[in-house]
Design a protein. Structure first.
Length: 340
């Protein structure tokens, strides 16, 4: 008789082999489940932060509100859509958007990019509403721990339409517009404003330079004592900043409109008790006078004489803001710009 050993069982190795086959799928399911839980947790955190910010604003007399809020963007982004979003401060300045869409990466909820597809409405105390619409109107907000936070606003083909009974707005339209705020060292802040292809309704000296021509404008300035720029309203914040010794120093400012040009050089500006600019700037003005009209000012006569001699009609002068007025040399060119 021949004794044959029983064949070894193959069940255990087969089970181990099948386990290795399913291991990647099980791991992927665990990762997906953890990621999904994390996204919904972050959404809850975003909701809580927005609600806390809204409550904090209201406790200080401000308003940060919306009629409806929707979160989307799973799994890699955090998108929020707000209907009738509004932010306002006690003195009456407000900004509202019929529709506001925001987006942030899930790993950085401190950096938001926002778009207002239907434009925004700017409310000015005692001056009325201005509706701002355009081909594109977006903003970026980040570094909330800095003062000021890092904010950039950009727009393309913008129009500025005051409400029927509202006062005029300085800008009528702009092909491109940018506004940037940045924090700097030593309690400083930086402001950069640019507008190209703009039509404006300025008064005084700027109105004479721009007239009905398209203009390009640049304002690059530095603010000191930025930490003092706080209060129960915009007016209170500016007053506190001024009392603390805050000032604005121009790095570059210019207005170009056709053949006319004005450039601001060195100078420091502050704000008086009535909310108007005060201080002085060294400026250069290039303006070709209309020789078909009577020349009324000494500057116009000098410019006409320079042009007759084939030279660039450039005026060097001091632009002074004080007592609520703006003066170019000894000439009163209109009211001083109002800050609040």
């Amino acid at each position: 008789m021949t004794h044959n050993d029983a064949a070894p069982s193959r069940k255990a190795p087969q089970k181990a082999h099948r386990g290795r086959l399913f291991a990647p799928f099980i791991l992927a399911a665990l990762v997906a489940g953890g990621w999904s839980y994390g996204w919904f947790w972050l959404r809850g955190q975003a909701e809580q932060r927005m609600d806390a910010a809204s409550a904090s604003f209201k406790a200080r007399g401000y308003d940060l509100s919306w009629r409806e809020r929707t979160f989307t963007g799973f799994p890699f982004r955090m998108d929020v859509s707000l209907a009738d979003a509004r932010v306002a401060e006690p003195s009456g300045w407000a900004l509202r958007a019929p529709e506001l869409k925001g987006e942030a990466e899930v790993y950085d909820l401190s950096h938001w990019v926002m778009v207002a597809p239907q434009g925004v409405v700017l409310t000015r105390p005692e001056a009325g509403d201005v509706t701002i619409t355009g081909q594109a109107l977006r903003a970026s907000v980040s570094h909330p721990g800095e003062r000021p936070p890092r904010i950039s606003v950009e727009g393309a083909n913008l129009t500025f339409a005051p409400a029927p009974n509202a006062k005029p707005f300085p800008l009528l339209s702009a092909a491109n517009m940018q506004l940037h705020l940045r924090a700097g060292p030593d309690d400083q802040g930086a402001i950069l404003f640019k507008a190209d292809g703009a039509r404006a309704d300025f008064v005084g000296l700027l109105g004479r330079i721009v007239q009905d021509k398209q203009a390009s404008m640049v304002l690059d300035a530095r603010l000191t004592k930025v930490s003092a720029l706080r209060g129960h309203s915009w007016a209170d914040a500016v007053r506190a900043w001024t009392t603390a010794g805050g000032a604005m120093t121009l790095q570059d400012s210019q207005v170009l409109a056709g053949d006319a040009e004005m450039k601001g050089k060195t100078g420091a500006l502050t704000v008086d008790a009535d909310g108007r600019l005060q201080g002085a700037l060294d400026v250069s003005i290039k303006e070709r006078p209309d020789l078909s009209k009577p020349l009324k000012t000494r500057e116009q006569m000098l410019a006409a004489a320079a042009e007759a001699m084939g030279q660039e009609p450039v005026i060097q002068a001091s632009l002074k803001f004080g007592e609520g007025r703006t003066r170019l040399g000894v000439i009163d060119t209109g009211p001083s710009p109002r800050i609040f």
